[in-house]
Design a protein around this ligand. Structure first.
Ligand SMILES: [Zn+2]
Length: 130
């Protein structure tokens, strides 16, 4: 239910309460990003390498005892959406930079430079339309 696709490790906050999982090892704190519990942290097994791959016990306990609710709940869902959109935008820009870097290797060729300038103008035009 709270597996990797919808959660992420919280590296900033350590397990200061000494909560142990069923393996008697300090549990890690993970942040859930489900619709019901956006940003809510919980304890989880840190896992270990076993004979058949990664092994983790089923330990689960909320670190943040209160459920997200009210305007904060809504704000977190909106923030998550914004982050997703920005990530997608950054990916798009990275790809663009990669393409242009490839172009710039041919700067000796003046036609390539003209193409880049044209492309930039078109990009500005498209952005203006949005
Ligand atoms: Zn464990």
């Amino acid at each position: 239910m709270f597996q990797s696709a919808n959660s992420q490790s919280v590296t900033s906050s350590d397990n200061e309460n000494g909560v142990l999982c069923y393996c008697h090892r300090p549990a890690k704190i993970v942040r859930a990003w489900t619709r019901r519990n956006p940003g809510r942290r919980f304890y989880s097994c840190i896992g270990r390498r076993g004979a058949n791959g990664w092994v983790a016990c089923k330990f689960f306990d909320w670190f943040d005892k209160e459920e997200p609710h009210g305007w904060q709940h809504v704000a977190l869902l909106e923030a998550e959406q914004t982050i997703k959109e920005q990530k997608a935008e950054i990916e798009g820009l990275k790809n663009k930079v990669r393409t242009q870097t490839r172009h710039s290797e041919n700067f000796g060729n003046s036609n390539a430079l003209v193409d880049i300038l044209k492309e930039r103008k078109e990009t500005k035009f498209l952005k203006g339309k949005c």
